[in-house]
Design a protein around this ligand. Structure first.
Ligand code: GUN
Length: 283
């Protein structure tokens, strides 16, 4: 059996068309959703991510502001910039690109962002709302995974989902979203003994570890759905995920590739959250 490849790029494009209509409806009311991105320092990967976010905003006709700060900026100065954006009515989403330089507390910065503009869904208020099933900004990568599965018509209710990785950005909230959708969820992580024992029982495996070849065909059962959140490089410098794609695709029923899998969904859900924030501001 060869798995169906879940084309994240195509699904992201379809979702962006829906977002584009929402932006159009807002602009008819002379209201343009605005996203502010703060980039501290000159981390190469962060610069690429931020450029992609700006381009996505422009393509959708949204307002986008990029604020670049030097790496030696103080935590107080950064909080001051966030405060200004919290007050700015033309801005509906604020994203501070992570990681930050070591002298700045990521916790303090995330908590300085107004929960009503926290389109990353990282603020403890939004995490608490998500955990208790209230309306919240959902973290973009886990949100994108749920939308992808919905798009292919895969219902997670009653399914056993094994999440591999427990980061605050992906693993932990992904498990929570699956739980909210009535799945049975198991978390595995770097201290899990016998990873394959757990993953072989899964209807859905989500790999979010940051280490290539973590999930091989020996880790999954026949017909499992495999979602690969990894972003790694192989020996030839080519982008690859956490899943040994070539062998796992022969055993899975559905699989996301890297690139063109989960990645394009993440920025799309950021745009969706920003538009949602703008719609709420108009209410
Ligand atoms: N750095 C890597 N991914 C992300 C993300 O989703 N949001 C923010 N703010 N920083 C990141």
């Amino acid at each position: 059996m060869s798995a169906q490849i879940i084309n994240g790029k195509e699904i992201a494009e379809a979702v962006r068309q829906e977002i584009s209509k929402e932006v159009q409806q807002l602009s008819e009311k002379h209201f343009i959703p605005g996203l502010a991105v703060i980039l501290v320092g000159d981390n190469q990967a962060s610069q690429t991510y931020v450029r992609n976010k700006e381009k996505a905003c422009k393509d959708l006709g949204m307002h986008s502001v990029l604020i670049k700060k030097p790496a030696n900026l103080t935590q107080e100065e950064l909080i001051q910039s966030i405060d200004e954006l919290n007050q700015d009515e033309s801005i509906h989403g604020i994203l501070v690109q992570l990681p930050l330089p070591g002298h700045i507390s990521e916790k303090a910065i995330i908590e300085a962002i107004s929960p009503e503009k926290d389109v990353d869904g990282f603020h403890p208020i939004n995490i608490g709302r998500m955990m208790t099933g209230q309306d919240a900004f959902l973290p973009c990568t886990p949100y994108g995974i749920m939308v992808m599965l919905e798009h292919i018509g895969y219902d997670v209710e009653g399914k056993h989902v094994v999440i591999v990785g427990r980061s605050n950005i992906v693993g932990k909230p992904a498990g929570q979203l699956f739980l909210n959708a009535n799945a049975t969820v198991t978390y595995c992580h770097s201290k899990t003994k016998d990873l394959a024992y757990f993953t072989k029982q899964a209807d859905v495996v989500v790999a979010a570890v940051g280490k290539r070849d973590t999930i091989t065909s020996d880790h999954i059962k026949e017909g499992a759905v495999v979602i690969d959140v990894g972003m790694n490089r192989n020996d030839e410098g080519k982008l690859c995920g956490d899943v040994a794609f070539d062998e796992v695709k022969n055993k899975a029923s559905y699989i996301t590739p890297v690139p063109k899998g989960v990645g394009p969904m993440t920025i799309t859900m950021l745009m969706k959250n920003t538009v949602k924030s703008a719609q709420k501001a108009l209410e």
